[in-house]
Design a protein around this ligand. Structure first.
Ligand code: PEP
Ligand code: MG
Length: 568
């Protein structure tokens, strides 16, 4: 009998395959007390285990930045003095190495899981992972392998750790499902980078699914179908085949310009967090970048990246784009994004707190270092600056003063840069959209950040599952703001892009085109599809459609009408 389970879509796609149940061995941990003369030997065993695991990690073959970041983060954690001191401290008071390790990790994990910060919370899984690996090494047991795997395997696990995903048999894994996990977990980010569909937070998938079961991940419905009947299998096979053919069709046209049949040229850019995303985006048909989320450079590091470290990355990105636009967003940290090497203050409302531009204004050194690196890269391509979380003209005036100071420092150093570098702002707060008519006089362009704009306009936390039904960018309040912001920029002879997730929502493309959006900045896998819709929709038809949508009142009506237009 077919069974259906709901999950959080961590990475998009539809796949049909066989479940590979990955249940980690529960190793027995010895409780035997040790004598004083055994202490040095137990400590040596721990040091040897750390060395073995470090060597194993150093020799791992990694393909992506995301995987390299995980491996580097784990190598860094093996040197964590707190971990080492805690384990050795327990050995000193008579615990054997296995129990000292397991108890230390479990104490650290419960402390981390008790934190309010969702990003830090998810790091607990990294410590659990390290603890498990070290225990296997201490016991001389090989961990259950994710390599090699049978063809078309969908891994079903309670929790798949970042190391698991970096060693799994990528040629044969077509998806994964987990009992635990959230959208921002390392594992989810890796799944997105690898383009493997994934459902997480499924609670009991490992209890329901048996090894070898036929299963289907459907991202559209956010569900897993277990042992589907023949009719369902046939339907999904047909859907997968259609999606494959559609992909092949899009592949043929991916490098064509996105011009509507009646001649409006619209930019389709890619959102990136690193050079690899850019290479992938270019390969998928993007010719520019509408959002470089530079915080990933900071998050995947052990220190605030230096001017030189940042310059190298921005310069490389500018060069790869060969004169096409590279919009670099200044550091957008805080909210749900934290840094392992910097302590953020405890805040009751982090999303309404010390984040993005507010932090940059308070940490002048960090901000100026980034601006110097961006300005220097501007000599090597068409670089523009994008400011996050703007709420007032005062901030733009303040920013311009800082930018002038940084330019003057570079002139003294005789560094070359683009004196006329363009500066835009993200419209992602209600304030910035309300005063867009003032702000546009101070900036060169707008980029609408619908992820935050939606949560702030509707007062609906973008990460709270309980109210996720209310989080809809199709709410008329948000749509009106989008339309008004675009109109204002055009009245001043400037342009508006969109870099929030809504830009990559193919159901919204026709309406946004009709509203006059000039640039869609989307994740790599969405580039070809959005270009294709634009190439096949006349501006006139799109305008009529967006006017019709704007004339509707309830979110339900709007979503219904949009769905009707774009049924799967
Ligand atoms: C947004 O808020 O829409 C956006 C693009 O920024 P981020 O998702 O990085 O907050
Ligand atoms: Mg944002």
């Amino acid at each position: 009998m077919a069974n259906t389970l709901k999950g959080i879509v961590a990475s998009e796609g539809v796949v049909l395959g066989r479940a590979y149940l990955f249940i980690k061995d529960k190793l027995e941990v010895s409780n035997k007390k040790i004598d004083e003369n055994e202490i040095p030997e137990e400590k040596n065993k721990f040091t040897d285990a750390l060395d073995d695991y470090r060597e194993y990690l150093s020799n791992l073959e990694t393909d992506t930045d995301a995987q390299r970041n995980v491996v580097e983060a784990h190598i860094g954690m093996l040197d964590d003095p707190y971990l080492i001191d805690t384990v050795n401290g327990k050995i000193d008071v008579g615990e054997n190495v296995e129990s000292a390790l397991v108890n230390s990790i479990s104490e650290m994990v419960s402390t981390i899981e008790g934190l309010d910060d969702p990003y830090l919370k998810e790091r607990a899984v990294d410590y659990k992972d390290i603890g498990e690996r070290l225990l296997h090494i201490l016991k001389g047991v090989k961990p259950q392998k994710l390599f090699p795997l049978p063809k078309d395997s969908i891994i079903v696990a309670q929790e798949l750790t970042p190391t698991d995903t970096s060693v799994m048999d990528r040629d044969n894994v077509i998806g994964f499902c987990m009992d635990l996990g959230g959208k921002t977990a390392h594992t989810s980010i890796i799944a997105q980078t690898l383009g493997i569909p994934a459902l997480v937070g499924m609670k009991n998938v490992t209890k329901v699914v048996k090894d070898g079961d036929l299963i289907i991940i459907d991202d559209y419905k956010g569900q897993l179908i277990v042992n589907p009947d023949e009719k369902t299998v046939e339907e999904y096979k047909k859907l997968i085949q259609e999606q494959k053919e559609e992909k092949e069709r899009l592949e043929k046209y991916k490098n064509e310009d996105s011009i509507t049949p009646d001649g409006k040229k619209v930019e389709v850019a890619v959102n990136i967090g690193n050079i690899e995303d850019l290479e992938d985006g270019i390969e998928k048909g993007a010719s520019s970048v509408g959002l470089f989320r530079t915080e990933f450079l900071y998050m995947g590091n052990t220190h605030f990246p230096t001017e030189e470290e940042q310059f190298k990355v921005y310069k490389r990105a500018a060069e790869l784009l060969k004169g096409n636009t590279l919009v670099i967003r200044t550091l957008d940290i805080g909210g749900d994004k934290s840094l392992s090497y910097f302590e953020f203050p405890q805040e009751d409302n982090p999303f309404l707190g010390w984040r993005a531009l507010r932090i940059c204004f308070d940490m002048c050194d960090v901000f100026e270092t980034q601006l110097r690196a961006i300005l220097r890269a501007s000599k090597h391509g068409n670089v523009k600056i994008l400011l996050p979380m703007v709420i007032s003209v005062d901030e733009i005036i303040k920013f311009n003063e800082i930018l002038e100071k940084v330019k003057s420092d570079l002139r003294k150093r005789q560094e070359e840069f683009n004196e006329d570098i363009e500066v835009g702002i993200m419209v992602e707060t209600p304030a910035s959209s309300i005063i867009a008519d003032d702000l546009i006089k101070y900036v060169d362009f707008f980029s609408i950040g619908t992820n935050d704009l939606t949560q702030y306009v509707l007062a609906v936390d973008r990460g709270n599952e309980k109210i996720s039904n209310l989080y809809s960018t199709y709410n008329k309040a948000v749509l009106r703001m989008i339309k008004r912001v675009i109109d204002i920029s055009h009245e001043h002879g400037k342009w508006t892009g969109m870099c929030g997730g809504f830009a990559g929502d193919e159901k919204a493309t026709k309406m946004l085109l009709g509203m006059g959006l000039d640039e869609f900045s989307v994740p790599g896998p969405k580039v070809a599809k959005i270009k294709d819709i634009i190439r096949n929709t006349s501006l006139k038809e799109a305008e009529e459609f967006s006017n019709e949508i704007i004339s509707l009142t309830t979110t339900e009506e709007i979503e219904k009408r949009i769905k009707k237009e774009t049924q799967r």
